[in-house]
Ligand binder design. Structure first.
Ligand code: PLP
Length: 452
């Protein structure tokens, strides 16, 4: 990936400049002077590793302090809104700055040095993401976010009147509205409910599949209840009945080891910005590139003739126009970062934190927690309400009193919160791999104070 480049002109070009009268400085550079009083100090990522600074870590241990050093913002606040978006560690930010400072160029176009470096790194980020989710045999497309990924599938499949799509009550609006819109094309949607322990009613899903069912769209982990759905069993049911399966992995990829081939889905959608990657990044993984590209234009074609075109192969055909290059490269570094810690370890660590949070919250008799009992069926997304307070009041007061950031409201899951009898929604604390026990304890202490 060498960033070889000249600062002073090479001898041949010095001659050329002399012959043509092109002014160059005494040191044979063409660079403008930096503004007076400002030294040119460009810190770049290359000098440090892309891995978390965990040198001090004990073997097999989880050194959260070392991880937190890569997130300076955590020194000032207690951030428990990671389901909405997470923070990016320094190596991710440095990689994006490095792109801007050192080799910013468009990708997949031309042959010059900068475009080669940018194209390589952008392409390599796709490879890293594909490997991270066990999807090297499929097609990994970079998108803006989960929402765009789901819409690309809903709009990119060819439907016929009478087709049906099954979703569940757990779905985020982003995995609901794209299917509902298909009603215009004569496609109906069915919704599957949950059991009293918040787990998905698998028998109901099996019963709901008919001859007309084309696709099941289900979240792998709920962004309200934190419940994890049995995707492997759902895939087995779907494939036995010739039905496609789309999985919304927005809340799963940041917290669980994911292997899309093992899960057996046809489409897997998630957001880079919820897994330590930059905002404006997301992924659509497809087992087969079986959807029509939604957007056509530059960068997605092999050839264009007088009256036709041949689309490019692989992810390129789904990424028309100039993509979010810095974001894509940053996402690749986020994957390196998470892998260096290990998704298994992140999962174990967060499972402990989540159990502690649920247990401690449940001791306050004015707090009602909405979470599955079994730690094996949940991630670190914990919804609760506080008697006598609107969820927004709780969120605002604990921010003001203790710098604690949590989400409140319906979390873009209105049908679910309504079905739980909570029209005002819930308060939601959502964890990430950089949160600590002390932060959990402070949240609980602040809520105890509030209810006192
Ligand atoms: N699906 C789930 C389960 C989510 O939690 C979210 C966001 O919170 C989305 C989809 C939408 O993600 P994005 O806003 O990144 O498109």
């Amino acid at each position: 990936w060498g960033l070889w480049r000249w600062k002073a002109l090479p001898p041949k070009m010095r001659e050329l400049c002399r012959d043509r009268g092109i002014p160059v400085r005494d040191d044979y550079t063409l660079q403008a002077e930096p503004p007076a009083g400002r030294e040119e100090t460009v810190e770049i990522a290359g000098e440090r590793t892309m891995e978390p600074d965990m040198a001090a870590q004990e073997p097999g241990g989880y050194d959260v302090d070392a991880i937190r050093r890569d997130f300076p913002i955590l020194a000032d606040i207690i951030y428990l809104d990671n389901a909405a978006t997470s923070f990016s560690p320094e190596p991710v930010i440095a990689a994006m700055v490095e792109f801007e400072h050192r080799y910013r160029a468009n990708v997949g176009r031309g042959v010059h040095r900068l475009t080669s470096i940018a194209s390589h790194r952008y392409w390599h980020a796709h490879e890293k993401v594909a490997e991270f989710i066990g999807g090297k045999n499929g097609v990994t497309v970079f998108t803006k976010n989960t929402t765009e990924s789901v819409n690309m599938v809903a709009q990119g499949l060819v439907w016929k009147t009478g087709d049906r799509v099954i979703t569940t009550i757990l779905e985020h609006h982003s995995n609901l509205l794209p299917w509902r819109r298909l009603a215009r094309q004569g496609v109906a949607t069915d919704s599957i409910g949950i059991s009293p322990d918040y787990t998905l009613d698998l028998a109901a899903l099996e019963r709901a599949i008919t001859e007309s069912t084309r696709l099941v769209a289900v979240t792998q982990a709920s962004n309200v209840l934190g419940v994890v759905t049995p995707v492997r069993e759902i895939a087995r049911i779907c494939h036995g009945r010739g039905v496609l399966l789309l999985v919304d992995g927005a809340q799963a990829v940041p917290h669980l080891p994911v292997d899309v081939e093992e899960l057996g889905c046809d489409f897997y959608c998630f957001s880079g910005h919820k897994m330590a990657g930059p905002t404006g990044t997301g992924v659509l993984w497809m087992k087969e590139p079986c959807i029509e590209p939604l957007v056509l234009g530059g960068g997605m074609v092999e050839t264009v003739t007088a009256d036709g075109y041949t689309p490019a192969q692989g992810y390129q055909q789904y990424e028309a126009g100039t993509p979010n290059i810095a974001g894509g490269i940053g996402l690749g570094v986020a994957v390196d970062y998470l892998q260096a810690i290990g998704m298994d370890r992140i999962h174990r660590y967060e499972t402990d934190l989540t159990s502690r949070l649920i247990e401690m919250l449940s001791k306050n008799d004015r707090v009602r927690v909405y979470a599955p009992k079994d730690p094996a069926h949940r991630i670190g997304v914990v919804s609760f309400t506080v008697d006598g307070f609107h969820p927004h009041e709780v969120a605002q007061q604990i921010d003001e009193a203790a710098d604690i950031m949590v989400r409140s409201g319906h979390h873009c899951c209105q049908p679910l919160v309504e079905s739980l009898g909570l029209p005002g929604g819930t308060v939601r604390a959502s964890l990430a791999f950089y949160n600590t026990r002390q932060e959990i304890d402070l949240l609980v202490a602040t809520l105890d104070e509030l209810t006192r």
